[in-house]
Design a protein around this ligand. Structure first.
Ligand SMILES: *Cc1c(COP(=O)(O)O)cnc(C)c1O
Length: 421
C-alpha cells in the first residue's frame, strides 16, 4: 500500500520511496533492518551533539511525566523560566547586555515571523511609519509567507509571489565586494524598520560565507540610522560556526535574535526570538492595543523547553567548544586536500560547516547532478544532501575523525564518477 504521507521538498513522482529510520545514535541513523547511515547533515541542520544524547533524552522523559503542556498566556513553568534566564545570561556573557526578553515559538520560520512582527510593532507603538524590511541577496529565512518574502526569490516561491511583500534587497557581500553591500545598506536605511541577516553564513542560499568585518559594519550602519538589526541565527546558533553564536565572532549584538534548530540539540521543535529592552518597552503599556499579538498553540512547550535546558547543561558541562574546534580543524585539513583538485571550486568553511562546488555542466539547485549525488552518497551509507552541485558537510559535533574521512573520500569518489573533465 502506498503511503499517504506528503514529504517536504520532495517530488514524489521522482522519489517514490522514503527511507524508514527506526533509531538514531550519535552521528548514525539506523533502519529497521539494522543497516546504518552516517548523518552528515545533522538531519537538516538540527542535531548538534548527536542523536539521542542521553542527557537530553532523560530530561524529555522526566518532563513528560510531570507536565506535558500548559497555556502560556497567563501561565508559566520552570523549564521555560530557566531556559529564558540561562539564554539571556549566556548571550550577555558572549555579546554584552542587550537581548533581555525571550519570546517562544516552535520553528525557525515562526521565530523569524515573530522578529518581523516585533520590529513593525516597535515602530508602530513609537508612532513612526517605518515598515520596510532590508534583506540580503541569496537569503533564506523560512518557508512561511513573511519569511519567504525576506528570502531570495526564485523557484521555491514563484507560485506564491503574489502574496509576498517587497523588501529592499542588498547584494551579497562576497569577498572583495563588501563595499557595494554597505553602500546599498546606507542608501536603504532611511525610513526602514529593520535589516535581517544570517550572520557569517547563508545556509539554504548555498552555504555562502562572508566576513565578520562586513557583519560588524552592517550593524554600525543600522545603529547610526536607528534601523533594527535582526540576526537570524536559526542555523548558525548553538555552535555551528565554531562559537555559540556567529554574532560573537563579529562583536555584534543584535536588537533581535532568532534561535531554533539546535536549541534542543535537535530533539524537539522549539524556537525563541530574543529582543532588546527597548523593543519590549515599546510594547509595554497599560494601553492594550500595544500588546504584542502573537501566539502558537504550543508556545514554550514544557517538554521542548526541558530538552533545551538539558542542551544548555551539555554546553556547560561537556567540552563542546573543544569538539567544535577539533571538527573545524578536521574540515580545514580535508578541504586543503581539495585545494588543487580542479574538479571542485568554491572551497569554503565556516566553523563546523564545509562546502565545495563540484564543477558540472549544469549548475544550480535543479541541476540533474543533485539527485545523482544524493543517491551516490546514500549507496555508500552517507546522508549528504547537496544543494544542486554544492556539496556540504554539516555533521553532528560528535562525528569521529574516521567517519568524517569517509565522507570526504566519498566526495572525492563522486568527482571521479560525475565531475567535469
Ligand atoms: C532553517 C532556517 C529557518 C527556518 O527554520 P524552520 O525551523 O525550518 O522553520 C530560518 N532561517 C534560517 C537561517 C534557517 O536556516
Amino acid at each position: 500500500m502506498s503511503s499517504p504521507v506528503w514529504h517536504p521538498f520532495t517530488q514524489h513522482a521522482l522519489q517514490p520511496e522514503a527511507i524508514e529510520i527506526a533509531r538514531g545514535e550519535g552521528a548514525w541513523l539506523e533502519r529497521a533492518d539494522g543497516t546504518r547511515l552516517l548523518d552528515c547533515i545533522s538531519s537538516w541542520w538540527v542535531i548538534t551533539h548527536g542523536h539521542c544524547h542521553p542527557r537530553i533524552v532523560s530530561a524529555i522523559r522526566d518532563q513528560a511525566e510531570k507536565l506535558d503542556q500548559v497555556i502560556f498566556a497567563g501561565f508559566t513553568h520552570r523549564p521555560a523560566e530557566e531556559l529564558a534566564q540561562r539564554l539571556v545570561a549566556r548571550l550577555e556573557a558572549k555579546l554584552g547586555p542587550k537581548l533581555a526578553h525571550v519570546f517562544f515559538s516552535d520553528s525557525g520560520s515562526t521565530a523569524v515571523e515573530v522578529a518581523l512582527k516585533m520590529a513593525l510593532g516597535y515602530w508602530r507603538n513609537l508612532g513612526e511609519k517605518r515598515t520596510r524590511i532590508i534583506a540580503l541577496e541569496h537569503a533564506y529565512h523560512g518557508d512561511t509567507i513573511g519569511t519567504m518574502s525576506t528570502g531570495a526569490r526564485g523557484l521555491f516561491n514563484a507560485a506564491y509571489e503574489p502574496l509576498l511583500f517587497d523588501v529592499t534587497r542588498l547584494p551579497f557581500p562576497a569577498p572583495g565586494q563588501e563595499q557595494r553591500t554597505l553602500d546599498a545598506l546606507r542608501a536603504a536605511c532611511d525610513g526602514a524598520a529593520a535589516l535581517i541577516v544570517e550572520p557569517l553564513l547563508l545556509g539554504a542560499g548555498g552555504m555562502l560565507t562572508y566576513g565578520a568585518d562586513v557583519l560588524r559594519e552592517m550593524q554600525n550602519i543600522c545603529r547610526n540610522t536607528q534601523t533594527l538589526f535582526i540576526a537570524d541565527e536559526v542555523m548558525t546558533g548553538f555552535g555551528r560556526t565554531g562559537t555559540f553564536t556567529a554574532c560573537e565572532q563579529a562583536g555584534v549584538n543584535p536588537d533581535i535574535m532568532c534561535l531554533a534548530k539546535g536549541i534542543t540539540g535537535g530533539s524537539m521543535p522549539l524556537a525563541v526570538t530574543l529582543a532588546s529592552q527597548a523593543i519590549f518597552d515599546a510594547h509595554y503599556s497599560t494601553d492594550r492595543t500595544k500588546t504584542f499579538f502573537h501566539s502558537s498553540s504550543y508556545t514554550a512547550n514544557p517538554i521542548a523547553c526541558a530538552a533545551a535546558v538539558a542542551n544548555l547543561n551539555v554546553w556547560d558541562e561537556e567540552p563542546v567548544l573543544e569538539r567544535l574546534s577539533a571538527l573545524s580543524a578536521l574540515h580545514t585539513k580535508h578541504l586543503a586536500g581539495f585545494a588543487d583538485d580542479n574538479r571542485f571550486s568554491g572551497l569554503r568553511q565556516c566553523g563546523t560547516i564545509a562546502a565545495l562546488d563540484l564543477r558540472v555542466a549544469d549548475e544550480g539547485y535543479l541541476a540533474g547532478i543533485g539527485p545523482k549525488l544524493y543517491a551516490f552518497f546514500l549507496a555508500r551509507g552517507l546522508l549528504i544532501r547537496p544543494l544542486g552541485n554544492t556539496i556540504y558537510l554539516m555533521p553532528p559535533y560528535c562525528i569521529g575523525a574516521g567517519e568524517l574521512a569517509e565522507a570526504y573520500d566519498a566526495i572525492s569518489a563522486a568527482a571521479d564518477e560525475f565531475g567535469a573533465r
